[in-house]
Design a protein around this ligand. Sequence first.
Ligand code: CP
Length: 292
Amino acid sequence: MLKHFLNINDVSDSDLGRLFFTARSNKNLPLSNNCVVMTCFFEPSTRTRMSFEMAALRLGARLINFDVLCSSMKKGETWEESMHTLAALSPDIIIGRTSFNLETNFFAHFPISYINGGDGSNEHPTQALLDAFTLLEHFKTDDLSRRRILIIGDSKHSRVAHSSIKLFRRLGANVTLLAPRELLDIDCPFEHFNSFKEVEGQFDAVMVLRIQKERLDRECKIDDTEYFYHYGLSLERFLNLGKKCVLMHPGPMNIGIDIETGLYEHPRSLIRRQVQNGLSIRTELLRHYLQI
Ligand code: CP
């Protein structure tokens, strides 16, 4: 692994195999150490922050959370200066989330390893790892070759989509995107559609994404009711995607907008499993970076 984990391509194929292997075999292994893990979340988070903090505690590390609202950023300090100040305190690792896309150059001489817990609309590499891990675990395979994955929703502004699509592709999957034109990642090298009617055939997995309202252009107005009518995943639509198609959502779900109430509890839903696997993957990442 590289010193910093900023993008999904920072993890090599051999590291990926090792990480997934240890995440499977070490699921319940507690360890004790004196490392200090610092979390610096400049955007709200439930799953990512809590699972990293839980992972740190499971490994016996000590935790410090940088309280952005009570920090000197409120007195005008920049993110860059705040990060260098925190690094000067010598935590063993910093895990962060930013509302803006990270500049890789910033980390060239940054003294502390940094794990990206999501940056702007750019990348969410640990989410991609847990998504791929969840699918491989479900299919009981080592790759996703010939698997068809449908991603419904805002792939344009979603950092989850940007990281997960790269990793799904590396693992051999075929991805199809479905979204209204203004929410579609047209740079994605896979087929994309604007209407459910255009989507054909059976899928192995469907991943639903919420509309990233905080990142939409001001002129882009999406009506929630209309969106649900055209793109929301209902039970009927889900059943039409394939008899064995599994359901995924990175969260947070916007119930009644991107997904029908209750569908997340379907027997073929992997949504809770994604959260559980987030803990396994992040525990292994911390174990690697803290060298324990
Ligand atoms: N999937 C994800 O990043 O969720 P949180 O925003 O709750 O961390």
